[in-house]
Design a protein around this ligand. Structure first.
Ligand SMILES: [Zn+2]
Length: 112
């Protein structure tokens, strides 16, 4: 029963979720303590999306680097590193895979 509405939160044509909003905006509204005026406006949809993506990538790189340091530089076992960082086994395997891949295909230049 998909219903397309112009979302009151982001102004985009989206699938109706609740309160004249898309699910994203509804959740934003909900997590903001259900303000009377409806969902708080995103800065702009594109800006919002771009920022979100950047933050996620940045954060992941940072955490992966932290994980790499713990397991490689400090020589900690995976489980301990995972515990220290509060990450799940699944995240650990993802980091391991990414680290292996980057080790197998090192970026060119720089090293002697
Ligand atoms: Zn919306």
């Amino acid at each position: 029963m998909a219903r397309i509405i112009t979302c009151v939160g982001c102004g985009q044509e989206k699938q109706y979720y609740a309160r004249e909003s898309c699910s994203t905006c509804y959740e934003r509204w909900y997590h903001n303590g259900k303000p009377e005026g409806g969902p708080p406006q995103p800065k702009s949809n594109d800006e919002c999306r771009a920022m979100g993506r950047k933050t996620i990538v940045f954060d992941r790189d940072k955490r992966m680097e932290e994980y790499r340091k713990l397991t490689r530089d400090d020589g900690l076992p995976r489980e301990i590193a995972a515990q220290k960082m509060g990450i799940s086994d699944r995240t650990v395997s993802r980091y391991e895979k990414a680290l292996r891949e980057s080790a197998e295909s090192p970026t060119r230049g720089g090293s002697t």
